[in-house]
Design a protein around this ligand. Structure first.
Ligand SMILES: Nc1nc2c(ncn2[C@@H]2O[C@H](COP(=O)(O)OP(=O)(O)OP(=O)(O)O)[C@@H](O)[C@H]2O)c(=O)[nH]1
Ligand SMILES: [Mg+2]
Length: 492
């Protein structure tokens, strides 16, 4: 892909469909001749010109406002022309066609997705993290995500990364200068200066990584997968959390076959709830295919909700499911249908007759950290799996326990009330920060072991520095750029 081509480019910048205003945007090294061809005169940069947009025979296609920005004082750093007309698909297409015709001699062509922002990056109007924030701002689905994306776009995240990169450079200079005087190496390491500086960088990097991790959850959300035997109420829970009839619910075991994903927000945190086919032995080919998908989804989960029927929870099938769940992913055991508990279990602290009879749908049921001593839960695999495991009694039907469930999900997301990520980071940034941290760990080992490996220490610092630079795009391959910008919408 000719990523760095400098042909002038054009695209409709507004969303497809009908709208009050539609904007066609053009960017190129120099657009003065195109301006002349289109409007028969020069346009004063940064002034609004009310203009007819005419076809080649002089007939009006539309009338609107034209803005001309001379590079480098523009979004892309090149000359940028914006034609703001009426927001109809056909009229905007005609404007684009007319511009392509008038700009044919210049080589004007349709822009690829993200190509305007890519040019802004290549012309150093934005660094890479800021360019990514443009897409994140457009994609932000909650007010807090939009605020954080805006902070990243204005450079808040980049400046944290740059500050860290500068400190790393200082340390590299110190270490590399000493490389020239090998006899002083050991003293140099022993005087603690390097260790001190390294540990300061480490502390800052860890803080930044923690914030980035928080921010990735804010941006990408939690991937919460519902799993359990057929008929335990997975689809009912999805519907209850979504507040909508998203999935089909029937008393027939094996209702859900395909995976169903629905996004909700809890306290501004996006949560993707994934409903899956119930897990059991089956000879039905379609159901088996569904069950295969369930296991695939479970591997991708950030949290697994293991649903069980509270009346039979923890039976051998539940145990077998629990054994097969992927390790390293937090599992919440949900004992569903608490509304169906009969009188004999009225001693349960979590589900009483009153809860059901007064119809309260938001009755708060406490977390069952210690399983109550009843037949139902003695068999349930409460807290047998991991230290992080938790059990909660809920009713997808009445809504009991769902507030506690939401709270728990927010805790797992690492979020507490009022907390907001100061900027928006992506998984890519988090990976780079983590890798930088790994290089610093190895660097610290070299110092600690006093192994005269100053050159190895220098190399680890260099690698950590490069990782930081990939975030802002100072060291970035064309492949990565292609991948990042291709995910933008056209016209941005
Ligand atoms: N009383 C009561 N019934 C429930 C509750 N949750 C689900 N049900 C009923 O249980 C039956 C099965 O519910 P589903 O939500 O379809 O169960 P599922 O786990 O998605 O089942 P499959 O898709 O077959 O795996 C339906 O008749 C629901 O109305 C609950 O909390 N209380
Ligand atoms: Mg279902």
């Amino acid at each position: 892909m000719a990523l760095r081509s400098t042909d002038p480019i054009i695209a409709i910048a507004t969303a497809p469909g009908r709208g009050g205003i539609g904007i066609v945007r053009i960017s190129g090294r120099t657009l003065d001749t195109l301006v002349h061809a289109l409007f028969g005169r020069a346009l004063v940069p940064r002034e609004a010109h009310y203009q007819p947009f005419k076809d080649s025979r002089g007939a009006a296609i539309d009338t609107g406002v034209v803005l001309y920005f001379k590079g480098p004082h523009s979004y892309t750093g090149e000359d940028v022309l914006e034609l703001q007309g009426h927001g109809g698909t056909a009229v905007l297409r005609r404007v684009v066609e007319r511009c392509l015709e008038a700009g044919a001699a210049l080589g004007l062509r349709h822009a690829r997705p993200g190509e305007f922002t890519e040019r802004a990056f290549l012309n150093e109007r934005l660094d890479l993290a800021q360019a990514e924030a443009v897409a994140d701002l457009i994609d932000a689905s909650s007010a807090s995500a939009a605020r954080s994306a805006m902070a990243s776009l204005s450079g808040a995240f980049s400046s944290c990364v740059n500050a860290l990169a500068r400190r790393t450079i200082d340390l590299r200079l110190l270490v590399e200068a000493t490389l020239d005087f090998p006899e002083e190496e050991i003293d140099f390491l022993r005087d603690g200066q390097v260790a001190g500086k390294l540990s300061t960088i480490r502390t800052e990097l860890d803080a930044l990584t923690g914030q980035a991790r928080q921010s990735v959850v804010l941006r990408d959300g939690l991937y919460v997968v519902l799993a359990g035997q057929p008929n335990v109420g997975k689809s009912s829970l999805l519907n209850a959390l979504a507040g909508d009839d998203v999935a089909i619910v029937t008393p027939i075991a094996g209702t859900t076959r395909d995976r169903i994903v629905h996004q909700i927000h809890i306290d501004g945190v996006p949560i993707h709830i994934v409903d899956t086919a119930g897990l059991r032995e089956t000879h039905d080919a379609v159901e088996s295919a569904g069950i295969e998908r369930t296991w695939t989804e479970l591997k991708k989960a950030s949290v697994i909700l293991h649903l069980q029927d509270i009346r039979s929870g923890g039976d051998t099938l539940d145990q077998a499911i629990l054994q097969r769940l992927p390790t390293g992913i937090p599992v919440l055991t949900l004992l569903n249908k608490v509304d169906l508990l009969d009188d004999s279990s009225a001693s349960r602290p979590t589900a009483t007759r009153e809860t059901e009879s007064n119809g309260s749908s938001n009755a708060e049921l406490p977390l069952l950290e210690t399983p109550p001593k009843t037949d139902h839960t003695e068999r349930s695999p409460v807290a047998r799996r991991t230290a992080g495991a938790m059990t909660l009694a809920i009713s997808a039907k009445t809504g009991a326990g769902l507030d506690a469930l939401k709270e728990r999900l927010l805790e797992i997301a690492g979020r507490y009330p009022g907390m907001e990520s100061p900027w928006l980071a992506r998984e890519r940034h988090l990976r780079a920060l983590t890798r930088a941290g790994e290089h610093l760990t190895i660097a610290a080992e070299h110092i600690r072991h006093d192994d005269e490996a100053l050159d190895l220490l220098a190399e680890e610092l260099r690698l950590a520095h490069i990782e930081l630079c990939t975030i802002t795009g100072q060291y970035t391959s064309d492949d990565l750029l292609g991948e990042i910008f291709s995910r933008f919408c056209i016209g941005k």
